[in-house]
Ligand binder design. Structure first.
Ligand code: GDP
Ligand code: IMO
Ligand code: MG
Length: 421
């Protein structure tokens, strides 16, 4: 068997969580491969709205095994909170949640460093979720980090104290006030909670699952435009969000990748700072935010909204080897007469379909206008019920990017989607 990968093609929040939940019945194993609790993946079913941060979005399907891979950075405190939340919904993950011994731990001081660094940046801040992601990956690549495997060592507290002191010394360089004990609250309880689950060399586990004929879906976090190498640097996250990140973040060889499901919204959003060529900082953007309920699942911040950008989509498809597209939130566009789609850019008087190195430059998007369907589609469930204009919108995208759309979302609930093939 091969590993299928589901990931975001824009700036995150494309609806990955919902689609993982929808696809989980087709898989034995769901595995997160990068990111941490900066992710907020929303699942809606049976009038329940649930948001996953550290744990995979397959947890609500009883038969699924869920894996937190080595590429993830794990916050013990939010991990425990999530475990408690799913337990309150009668979901017991004992025996079906594995955590990689090699996953790095987000420490209380990583969160303080994140906040201090952002505060020092002033207007040029990234708009981080302040979950400690950047500092934790810095310690990983700087070869200082604490890993899940360390928590069972009798030297764990010494290692923790040593690294905490190092962080406190760095924090002296910032004019930033904090109370360490507030940040430490719940952290050690979280460590004890992690010990209740299977702490494993997940690269062996995942490869053994594949050898045994079990199917695996890798769940991406963030989106391709937030990738540390290919996103709108420095306004990115600190991990490889692209498909290659699944190989490194789970220990699977590139030739073990099967289908790559690229999720995108029928328009675009971004939360936090950084360039966004098709942003509509106007009534159109507000309308998209209102009808799309575009507020961050992790931080509650209003998301910046704009039209679909096919240059971004093509770039993301190229980087990830996307085999199937999944478009969410088509229902939001029911509220518009005309939909604009960006097909390329004018930069310094020249037309290009490529994203330039410096996307903070003055980029003028070139738009095509498409007639909207102007009708409610939330209750539709089959392709043949879809309005012609929506099918034309999808055809336009497919023709432009050369990859088929297999699923269209028409609402947040797990039932609200249409399979096109
Ligand atoms: P993720 O981070 O990619 O999992 O996405 P988020 O959960 O952060 O944001 C997506 C939001 O859109 C959530 O509130 C979902 O419930 C919602 N959503 C997902 N698919 C659809 C859809 O097809 N239509 C509508 N209206 N909402 C959707
Ligand atoms: P999901 O998985 C949307 C953004 C932040 C900020 C930048 C860096 O729900 O799609 P970080 O906390 O990583 O240092 O923030 O990345 N960001 C996200 N935006 N969805 C996410 O995750 C995000 N995770 C991080 O807003 O601009
Ligand atoms: Mg999200």
């Amino acid at each position: 068997m091969k590993v299928d990968v589901l990931l975001g093609l824009q700036w995150g929040d494309e609806g990955k969580g919902k689609l993982v939940d929808v696809l989980t019945p087709n898989y034995d194993v769901i595995a997160r491969f990068q990111g941490g609790p900066n992710a907020g993946h929303t699942l809606e079913f049976n009038n329940i709205k649930h948001i996953t941060h550290n744990i995979p979005s397959g947890v609500f399907r009883e038969k699924s095994i869920n894996v937190i891979g080595n590429g993830v950075v794990l916050d013990p405190k939010t991990f425990k909170e999530e475990i408690d939340q799913v337990r309150a919904l009668n979901v017991d993950l004992k025996g079906r949640l594995m955590v990689s011994l090699k996953a790095h731990l987000i420490m209380p001081t990583h969160k303080i460093l994140d906040a201090a660094s952002e505060a020092a940046k002033g207007k040029t801040k990234i708009g981080s979720t302040l979950r400690g992601i950047g500092p934790t990956y810095m310690d990983k690549t700087g070869r200082n980090g604490l890993r899940v495997g360390d928590i069972v060592s009798n030297r764990f507290k010494d290692k923790y104290d040593f690294l905490t002191q190092k962080h406190l010394d760095i924090l002296k360089q910032y004019d930033f006030e904090f109370n360490l004990s507030e940040f430490e609250e719940g952290w050690f309880e979280g460590i004890e909670c992690i010990k209740d689950y299977q702490l494993v060399n997940s690269e062996y586990e995942v490869n053994n699952f594949l050898k045994a004929g079990k199917s695996v879906l890798a769940e991406g976090a963030q989106g391709t435009m937030l990738d540390i190498d290919f996103g709108s640097y420095p306004f990115v996250t600190s991990s490889n969000t692209i498909c290659a990140g699944a190989c490194a973040g789970l220990g699977i060889a590139p030739n073990m990748i099967g289908d790559v499901f690229g999720v995108f919204k029928a328009y675009s959003t971004r939360v936090g700072g950084g360039p966004f060529p098709t942003e509509q900082d106007n009534d159109t953007g507000e309308k998209l935010r209102e009808y799309g309920a575009e507020y961050g699942a992790t931080t509650g911040r209003p998301r910046r909204c704009g039209w679909l950008d096919l240059s971004v989509l093509k770039y993301s498809i190229m980087l990830n080897g996307v085999t199937q597209l999944m478009m969410t939130k088509a229902d939001v566009l029911s509220h518009f007469d005309t939909i604009k789609v960006c097909t390329g850019y004018n930069i310094d008087g020249k037309y290009t379909v490529q994203l330039p190195y410096d996307i903070e430059k003055d980029i003028e998007p070139v738009y095509s206008d498409i007639k909207s369907w102007r009708s409610e589609i939330k209750n539709l469930r089959t392709k043949k019920e879809l309005p012609d204009e929506l099918l034309e919108y999808i055809k336009f995208i497919e023709n432009h990017v050369g990859v088929p759309v297999s699923i269209v979302g028409v609402g947040p609930d797990r039932e609200q989607l249409i399979r096109l093939n």
